[in-house]
Design a binder for this molecule. Sequence first.
Ligand SMILES: C[S@@+](CC[C@H](N)C(=O)[O-])C[C@H]1O[C@@H](n2cnc3c(N)ncnc32)[C@H](O)[C@@H]1O
Length: 406
Amino acid sequence: MITTALLAEARRLCSVAGLSQEVFTDGLLEAAVGRRGKALGLQPEAFLSRLRSDTIEQRKLVEELLVRESWFWRDVRPFEWFSGWLREEGWPARGALRVLSAPCANGEEAYSILLAALHIGVKASAIHVDALDLSLRGLKLARAGRYRSRALRSLPEELRATYFAELPDGTFQLDPRCVSGVRFERANLAETGAVARGAPYDVIFCRNLLIYLDTSTRGRLLAEITASLTPGGALVLGHAEAALVSDLPLTAVPDGSSFAFLRRRATEAQRPLRPVSVTAAGKRLRPSVQSPRPQAEVTGPVAPQGTAASEARALADAGRYREAMEVAESLRLREPGVADHEYLVGLLHSALGDAGAARRAYQRALYLDPSHGPSREQLSLLLDSSGEAERAARLRRRLPNREGAI
Ligand SMILES: C[S@@+](CC[C@H](N)C(=O)[O-])C[C@H]1O[C@@H](n2cnc3c(N)ncnc32)[C@H](O)[C@@H]1O
């Protein structure tokens, strides 16, 4: 049994790490406190006094809550984009390239960055990768550079064969020269200065953390990250996080990617974000989980209102889904942070048979507005159809899981 005082202490520790109360609910906290209390064999009163006086135990409790799910070449396109951008910018022949992976979890993202740069010809001596995370467990695994095959599932075969050796137990060891090419450090990104300490960076990857943070920590961290980029440098976010940068001096990359932004140079005028060409972007996507049948009519009762939204609906009604998507995507970029817009994009992805993209759109909608019923409904249908009945049920009960917004 957890006491109110114990719950309040756990909540305080979460807020020190900037973790959102909406994601880290009382239920999750109670479960984590229960696990630690049981591991120590302490009753609530005794556990509380231990927690208040022992910083190591405080870290262990927070560790229980952290979601370190990550893998090499996660989402694929950010790394394809990064490699292309490095080439376009002529990095192999330029001076030192400084990149930050924050948070880095178990090192998969930081090493993916390094491998991408080495693979296009950047010399090992010319790339410097910093990697930050709160989790000591994650950093320990990162520094070992040894992974199960599952962590390499998205990594291009050529990179796996070049940089990893398979060990007799079936795990994969990263080339020690690559392991020593990344500087891992424990940092609480909710604390001012954690990113700025190593700045400036030419590229910062900050993916799949913002969704776990409370609003003020998120805003402060994004501002610090932007200020830590060299002018013209790139910020790479998670797919569900791109809508969060609207107030910052960043410009979405002009090739239709929805996750990469460039820091404006002082001389660059503030200009509206360009509309995304979904047709062009779609061609680069790897095939994702298929769901060819639309899950709902695009013209459903809660479809967004407004001229552009009406235009998108009319195009969809006429079966012109790709054109509808262009209108919906540009609406979403013009008016970021609107759950209804994300929902419309999700419906159109479903209509176009891209269940993976639809799922991400509904997740973004729910991230923006956790009570957005239509998105919840569509997302749970998608989860059901991909065999994730338990997640679907949890979503219907409106409980977040440990992977974040859903
Ligand atoms: C889902 S992982 C993301 C890893 C990687 N960027 C990716 O996209 O695969 C989230 C990471 O955020 C870290 N984290 C959570 N709160 C943090 C904080 N306040 N400071 C630093 N890292 C934090 C967790 O330890 C976890 O490793």
